[in-house]
Ligand binder design. Structure first.
Ligand code: CTP
Ligand code: MG
Length: 171
């Protein structure tokens, strides 16, 4: 069993391509109310969790709620791909504004497996190339996370390891 140490109060950014298992991981390890998912916020503002044109408004709302939670000293998990530097910068900013440690958990799962999972989902209709692009963004991202201000960066590569993870809270 792999233990992931996380501060009791943190802003946890999940980082991973579509199909890497972010939502599954979030559901397994955190309370539903601790998880802010970009899909849920797209649905809230646009009635469609896949409406990419709603992303700006959705993230605006997500960051706002993240700020409210951190202000109330509540652990908050952001379930979004978080593959773009600007997306992560917004999370580091809201964490810093509230004196909370930003933490990244990277699910670096083999792309063929992610593609297999994604194809099995009726609610994911993008093509193989999109996933390839995400994969390249992920590879670029991993090296940068520390410099971007994430105080802890956990990179999980092994699917069995991801399944066996245990979160350990540091005081
Ligand atoms: N899945 C699986 N075994 C795992 C993790 C996920 O079979 N250990 C399956 C899920 O049931 C789901 C699919 O793979 O059908 C994608 O997992 P999900 O957690 O939804 O991936 P996300 O990273 O959240 O994908 P997205 O970015 O598209 O939301
Ligand atoms: Mg998801």
């Amino acid at each position: 069993m792999t233990s992931l140490d996380i501060p009791e109060l943190a802003l946890v950014a999940l980082v991973g391509i579509s199909g890497s298992g972010k939502s599954t991981f979030a559901h397994r390890h955190f309370a539903a109310t601790q998880v802010l998912s970009s899909d849920a916020f797209r649905a809230m503002v646009a009635d469609d969790e896949n409406d990419q044109s709603a992303s700006a408004e959705a993230f605006d709302a997500l960051h706002y709620i993240a700020g409210k939670r951190l202000r109330a000293r509540r652990l908050t998990v952001v379930d979004a791909t978080n593959l773009q530097p600007h997306a992560r910068a917004a999370l580091v900013k809201v964490a810093r504004e509230h004196d909370v440690l930003p933490v990244a958990i990277v699910l670096d799962v083999p792309e063929p497996l992610c593609w297999e999972r994604t194809q099995a989902r009726p609610d994911r209709t993008f093509g193989r190339q999109v996933l390839g692009r995400m994969r390249r963004d992920l590879q670029r991202s991993v090296a940068r996370l520390g410099r971007e201000g994430f105080r802890k960066v956990h990179v999980l590569r092994d699917v069995d390891e991801i399944d066996a993870v245990e979160i350990r809270y540091e005081k």
